[in-house]
Write a protein that binds this ligand. Structure first.
Ligand SMILES: [Zn+2]
Length: 100
């Protein structure tokens, strides 16, 4: 769901919080709130990650896991990156699961 839609949905929920609702409306509200919360968490994590980046670090030219070429856009966006998006995502997912 696009960010603008989630933000607008959250605003509508805040404006109509006191009005009586059906079970379906409440379920939909909960879904929107969950999505907005997930989005906020993702944006916060991204902001923290961007803040922590060492902007003078040198990025690898190839993924250390699979050997694929690292696109210039990724090398610039994440200075010091050593893995492609897929390998990095898999590693982060494994870390996350390991903590659960
Ligand atoms: Zn890779």
């Amino acid at each position: 769901m696009p960010v603008i839609q989630l933000v607008a949905g959250k605003r509508v929920l805040q404006q109509h919080a006191e009005q009586p609702k059906s079970v379906g409306e409440v379920a939909n509200d909960i879904k929107i709130i969950d999505q907005a919360s997930a989005l906020e968490e993702m944006m916060r994590d991204h902001a923290i990650q961007a803040h922590r980046l060492n902007h003078s670090a040198v990025s690898a030219t190839h993924c250390e896991k699979c050997g694929d070429n690292l696109p210039e856009a990724r090398r610039k966006a994440y200075p010091g990156c050593t893995m492609c998006v897929e390998c990095q995502s898999n590693m982060e997912l494994r870390k996350k699961i390991g903590r659960m």
